[in-house]
Design a protein around this ligand. Structure first.
Ligand code: DQA
Length: 144
């Protein structure tokens, strides 16, 4: 089983960025946690982060040519704006779980709208970094 874990803009700044909202662990420790978990479960994982919408679209499209079984994505701010990311996910038709570290439903009004929720198998938000593990667990159950 192979999965992509895709993170959008500013998630490379975890730890430094609004720690009261996103916590004090940095992006590298998020990657380590995911890599360790996937190692234990025998899941091949490709971790990817970009601050650029089109680059994220390219990455999602590449899943089609790499035999990817599942996608975990936190599109960050693009969650609330990106039809392009929605369309890319619709195009690849690979089971996808949406993750948000914070609870987007309990913040500013504009964060309540997610363009990708309708095509995701599950949305996990407000659980901190462990939400990524829950998303991977869900995909493992779904795919096996
Ligand atoms: C986020 C929530 C978004 O509203 C925000 O723009 C982010 C991170 C989260 O993980 O809680 O950058 O996706």
């Amino acid at each position: 089983m192979k999965i992509f874990v895709i993170n959008g803009p500013n998630l490379n700044m975890l730890g430094m960025r609004e720690p009261d909202i996103y916590g004090t662990q940095n992006y590298e420790s998020l990657c380590r946690m995911i890599t360790d978990y996937c190692g234990e479960k025998g899941v091949e994982v490709d971790l990817f982060q970009s601050n650029h919408e089109g680059v994220i679209v390219d990455k999602i499209q590449s899943a089609l040519f790499e035999d990817v079984d599942g996608i975990v994505i936190n599109p960050a701010a693009y969650t609330h704006t990106s039809v392009a990311i929605l369309d890319a996910l619709k195009c690849v038709k690979i089971p996808t779980v949406e993750v948000h570290i914070s609870d987007i439903n309990r913040r500013e009004e504009f964060r309540k709208k997610s363009f990708i929720t309708p095509i995701c198998k599950k949305t996990i938000c407000g659980k901190g970094l462990i939400g990524y593990i829950e998303a991977i667990e869900f995909l493992i159950e779904k795919i096996k």
